[in-house]
Write a protein that binds this ligand. Structure first.
Ligand SMILES: NC(=O)c1ccc[n+]([C@@H]2O[C@H](COP(=O)([O-])OP(=O)(O)OC[C@H]3O[C@@H](n4cnc5c(N)ncnc54)[C@H](OP(=O)(O)O)[C@@H]3O)[C@@H](O)[C@H]2O)c1
Length: 283
């Protein structure tokens, strides 16, 4: 996992597709959402647009981003900039940051959401797939946070949301690399929450449970009856995340069943909750 490696040809061709050059007018705040082409990211875009924020939408599927941007501009009269970037390419993240700077767009709210999972026995999974997940879920999230937090510190203003998972709380059989990656996200968020406080920035980590997005299909995850029962829609998950970010909370678990599960994990020995979760997750 090299921090400067370019992973795909398309990642070097990140494109800016937006309206004429934009800048932060007084009182106008920009939200950057990674992974905005589906699932939680798309929902974050809708909810922030509804609040009247200007948006930068980032993902690889340009057609989906453009369709969403057009819809949000029409419906909420907000400014939306679309950026096609493969975030697993760290130089492409640096270039994205640079392009936004050149356009005078300062990010006030960063939703670090892009990520993907993979289900399967560790030893039988393809090493490339596991490392690609580590690259996106850990290295890219770290890089995005780093470059935009520096600007926020200069302006002494900014809010950052990191999307982790309920699986951050435990090692999960057949989700070994994913749950370990999300544990990193949670620990990073907790540490930065304290570290950035003195600079006037907030960092909040959102830990969703199973939710009805494109995630399960992308992770080749089988949905057990237990998971179907726990399944949340993206809208309430995102609403909880936005509220927690606004309130400056350190982390949040959306939904009562997930909160009960988090309490169960906290209150029980590892062997017990790990065995239970392995079953629920279909290991
Ligand atoms: N849904 C759940 O059950 C669940 C539970 C806990 C945590 N989460 C976390 O929630 C976050 C969002 O996932 P989701 O559930 O909304 O799934 P999703 O619908 O599959 O969305 C994933 C998003 O990440 C983007 N993405 C993936 N690889 C990328 C790359 N290399 N560069 C740029 N963007 C990339 C995808 O866009 P493109 O494919 O267009 O690039 C897509 O917009 C993830 O971090 C996931 O781990 C999900």
């Amino acid at each position: 996992m090299s921090p400067t490696r370019s992973t795909t040809p398309s990642s070097t061709q990140s494109r800016l597709v937006g309206e004429a050059a934009s800048s932060n007018a007084p009182g106008k705040s920009w939200v950057l959402i990674t992974g905005a082409s589906s699932g939680f990211g798309e929902e974050f875009a809708r909810q922030y647009a509804e609040q009247g924020h200007s948006l930068v939408l980032v993902a690889r599927r340009l057609d989906r981003l453009q369709k969403l941007a057009e819809e949000l501009r029409r419906q909420f009269r907000v400014e939306v900039v679309v950026e096609r970037v493969d975030l697993s390419d760290i130089p492409a993240i640096i270039q994205l940051h640079q392009r936004l700077r050149e356009r005078g767009i300062a990010i006030d709210i960063l939703i670090n959401n892009a990520g993907h999972g993979l289900q399967g026995p560790f030893i039988d999974s393809k090493l490339d797939a596991a490392l690609a997940m580590v690259q996106l879920d850990i290295a890219s999230l770290t890089a995005v946070t780093h470059v935009f937090a520096q600007d926020m510190r200069t302006r002494k203003r900014g809010k950052i949301l990191l999307v982790a998972s309920m699986l951050s709380f435990l090692g999960t059989q057949n989700f070994a690399v994913y749950s370990a990656s999300k544990a990193y996200v949670l620990r990073l968020g907790e540490a930065l929450h304290r570290e950035f406080k003195r600079d006037g920035l907030t960092v909040t980590t959102l830990c969703p449970g199973m939710s009805d997005t494109g995630f399960a299909a992308a992770a080749q995850q089988k949905l057990t009856p237990g998971l179907k029962l726990l399944m949340m829609q993206p809208a309430p998950v995102v609403r909880t995340g936005i509220r927690a970010l606004q309130a400056g909370r350190i982390s949040v678990v959306p939904g009562l069943p997930n909160k009960v599960n988090a309490l169960f994990i906290w209150a029980t020995p590892r062997w017990l909750h790990q065995a239970m979760f392995a079953r629920v997750m279909g290991a």
